[in-house]
Design a protein around this ligand. Structure first.
Ligand code: BTN
Length: 340
């Protein structure tokens, strides 16, 4: 790409950034030209060029411009102008297709990538779920990304970041108007069906985390026909719950903003506020559960999570069992939030 083309792109990104900041309001052409040091005609030409690339921008005489829709892609061109984070997503590694964003992010991190760098793809051919499962990742419909984090945490506290991500995910989904809840440890569900999952992977020495890769998959626009039979009964998408298409770029940048806020709070204050919020958003606590771990099955009432995010289950015999990893079956699923 030549230098002139590059400069044009930057000005277009700046225009998109200003329009995105204006949300549903109009931004006057005069304000845009003053902010960018461009003539009104130059602003108009950039707006035309953006329209040619698939951005929908309303123009109303005497009011100005308003961003109505962005192309349904997740490359830096669509995401960067909408982002309001300091670190997360400031460097985006975008791919049309990858085996797994977690694998790509892990390699980048091992080669020295910085805190906040993100790998995003339109499609995964070998998307990884928890416990060796496959994450179904058809092209162009959903969100698949992995964030590289370099937290100042001992390895045994790294799992807290998964709960941070679950809280950020549930809150971002709730902003869209759905009743998202978290099923322990980190499945985000709508109406008892899974809409998003988190896979956290770690590189560490006994005393020190080198880096953490937090991989997140969110079913945004997948329809019934996009889920293979083995997950169709237990999966859903945000668009299915809302009954309309979701703007993936807007959702993605909203999620990254929310995730960064929670990561910052976790860094500054510790796990306690995360744990409190996780509990408010949990569908698991207070439920009769059947927990399957690698070695055994356990039945009881899910009472709490502890300071490490482990599930505390009260058995019929009265003992309190601590479960660090496993699959939970909620024998009476809860679909409304706990009273706050
Ligand atoms: C789960 O089983 O609930 C975790 C699913 C995690 C899926 C995401 S999609 C982006 C990232 N890359 C992967 O291969 N997996 C995670």
């Amino acid at each position: 790409m030549g230098a002139i083309e590059n400069a044009e792109q930057t000005q277009e990104e700046l225009i998109l950034g200003f329009l995105a900041d204006g949300r549903d309001e109009y931004t006057s052409g005069e304000a845009l030209s003053a902010k960018l040091g461009l003539s009104r005609t130059a602003v108009w030409k950039h707006v035309e060029s953006l329209r040619g690339k698939g951005y929908r921008i309303d123009a109303v005489p005497a009011r100005g411009y308003r961003l109505v829709d962005v192309p349904d892609r997740l490359s830096p061109l669509e995401l960067s102008p909408l982002l309001s984070t300091h670190h997360l997503g400031q460097s985006i590694h975008f791919h049309e297709s990858l085996p797994s964003t977690n694998e790509a992010a892990f390699r980048l991190a091992a080669d020295g990538a910085e805190h906040g760098e993100v790998v995003v793809t339109e499609q995964q051919t070998a998307g990884k779920g928890r416990r060796g499962r496959v994450w179904v990742s058809p092209p162009g419909l959903n969100l698949y990304f992995s964030a590289i984090l370099r937290p100042e945490l001992p390895p045994q506290r790294a799992s807290e970041l998964t709960l941070v991500a679950a809280v950020a995910l549930a809150e971002t989904l709730r902003e869209e108007g759905v009743d998202a809840l978290i099923k322990w440890p980190n499945d985000v569900q709508l109406g008892g069906r899974k809409v998003a999952g988190i896979l956290t992977e770690l590189s560490a020495e006994p005393e020190r985390v080198h880096f953490v890769v937090v991989g997140i998959g969110v079913n945004l626009n997948a329809g019934r026909e996009d889920f293979p039979p083995e997950v169709a009964a237990t999966a859903t998408s945000l668009s299915e719950a809302l009954g309309r298409r979701v703007n993936r770029a807007l959702f993605t940048t909203a999620l990254w903003g929310r995730l960064e806020e929670w990561l910052d709070l976790h860094h500054e204050v510790g796990f306690d506020p995360v744990r409190q919020r996780w509990k408010e958003l949990s569908s698991t606590l207070g439920q009769d559960v059947l927990v399957r771990t690698d070695r055994s099955e356990l039945r009881g009432v899910a009472e709490d999570i502890d300071a490490a995010g482990a599930l505390l289950v009260r058995t019929a015999q009265g003992s309190l069992e601590r479960v660090l990893a496993g699959d939970v079956e909620q024998l009476r699923p809860r679909v409304t939030p706990r009273p706050e």
